[in-house]
Design a protein around this ligand. Structure first.
Ligand code: PEP
Ligand code: MN
Length: 359
């Protein structure tokens, strides 16, 4: 798949704002709920109403979606509000029904993107459609798998494609439900700058209080749109209660977001050139220092070899890490960043020492 300007055509063809907004409940629950939320979102910046009809639940026993009847409610919501309608599809049967009910935006969920057989089945069923099809990132941080999903749909002649960044599962508990790993989305944007990229702050944060900050971060990185779970009674939602916001809260978030321009005037460019030159010098210095540090690691490896001592000295490593986190805090660097940085430096150092000791 090549990056092509045409990839973005559907944003204009469907008259979507920049950035465009998809909002609505995690799950369609009742006809009244769907219509109530859709009407509250009608005269706002929302272009697409979302509601899950089939819900992939990690554990059995949760609400697994209302099924086909919900599509009738979406159809009615579209007739009454003029909003475009969107839902998740995971099987050929879902796709056929979604097309039958004229759903405008279909997305492939994170658990489905992780399964190429399922994505191929979706691609085969939707082949040639002019509906918008969005691919959520797979649950695991694998960019090839994410792009592979887009490619399967592209090869099936589907033109109106985009990707949704919803974060990645981790074993470790973090402040996020699914950690963003922004660098993966940035890399994807670098490879395919014209493939529309949408942020899903609801599933990244799992927490309605963090929706604004994560959406702002995405807009600062030039994302094209957002999908935000919105419910008339979030605390009593049948799925994902903690992360849903009310229509009024959503409108406030949309008001508070700062929309950035893609580029600035010549004064801006001058300032940026100077600052970037500064960054380039500092980056070169960083590399220089890291190179020196690894040379010392090589020497340590040599001494360990001569004395037949193991490479990994846990207590020393814990000591370094604690010290650096404390020092970093004084310089305004987060503990999370310092820990990641030093883990990676330590890993490289171990590899250097391994080479010396065994090679
Ligand atoms: C959803 O959008 O409700 C959903 C199930 O998302 P994900 O596939 O990102 O978990
Ligand atoms: Mn959800």
């Amino acid at each position: 798949m090549e990056n092509k300007k045409e990839m973005r055509n559907w944003l204009d063809a469907f008259k979507l704002n920049h950035p465009f907004v998809i909002a609505g409940p995690c799950s369609a629950e009742t006809e009244e709920q769907v219509l109530k939320i859709a009407h509250e979102l009608k005269n706002s910046d929302v272009s697409v109403f979302r509601a899950g009809i089939w819900k992939p639940r990690t554990r059995p026993g949760g609400f697994e979606g209302i099924g086909e009847i919900g599509l009738k409610w979406l159809k009615k919501a579209k007739e009454e509000t003029g909003l475009l309608m969107g839902t998740e599809v995971a099987t050929a049967a879902h796709c056929k029904l979604a097309l039958e009910y004229d759903i405008d935006v279909l997305w492939v969920g994170a658990r489905t993107t992780a399964n190429p057989f399922a994505v191929q089945e979706i691609a085969d069923t939707l082949a040639g459609t002019d509906k918008i099809v969005l691919v959520k990132n797979p649950v695991n941080p694998d960019m090839a798998l994410w792009l592979g999903g887009v490619e399967r749909l592209h090869m099936a002649g589907i033109k109106n494609l985009g990707v949704i960044h919803r974060g990645f599962s981790t074993y470790e508990k973090t402040k996020y439900r699914n950690i963003p790993e922004w660098q993966i989305a940035i890399e994807l944007q670098n490879k395919f700058p014209d493939l529309p990229l949408i942020i899903d702050p609801s599933h990244i944060t799992g927490n309605r209080n963090m929706i604004l900050e994560v959406t702002q971060e995405a807009l600062d990185l030039n994302y094209d749109g957002m999908i935000i779970e919105t419910h008339n009674d979030p605390d009593n939602a049948w799925s994902d209660a903690a992360q849903q916001v009310t229509p009024d809260a959503l409108k406030q978030i949309l008001k508070d977001l700062k929309i950035r321009k893609v580029s600035g005037d010549s004064d801006f460019e001058n300032k940026m050139t100077k600052l970037r030159a500064n960054i380039d010098v500092l980056d070169t210095n960083l590399l220089e220092l890291l190179g020196k540090r690894m040379k010392v690691a090589d020497e340590i490896g040599q001494v360990k070899k001569e004395n037949n001592v193991a490479v990994l000295q846990n207590s020393r490593w814990n000591e370094i890490q604690e010290k650096m986190v404390a020092e970093g805090a004084k310089k305004g660097l987060s503990a999370e960043f310092i820990t990641k940085l030093f883990k990676s430096i330590h890993q490289e150092s171990i590899e250097h020492q391994e080479k010396i000791i065994n090679g």
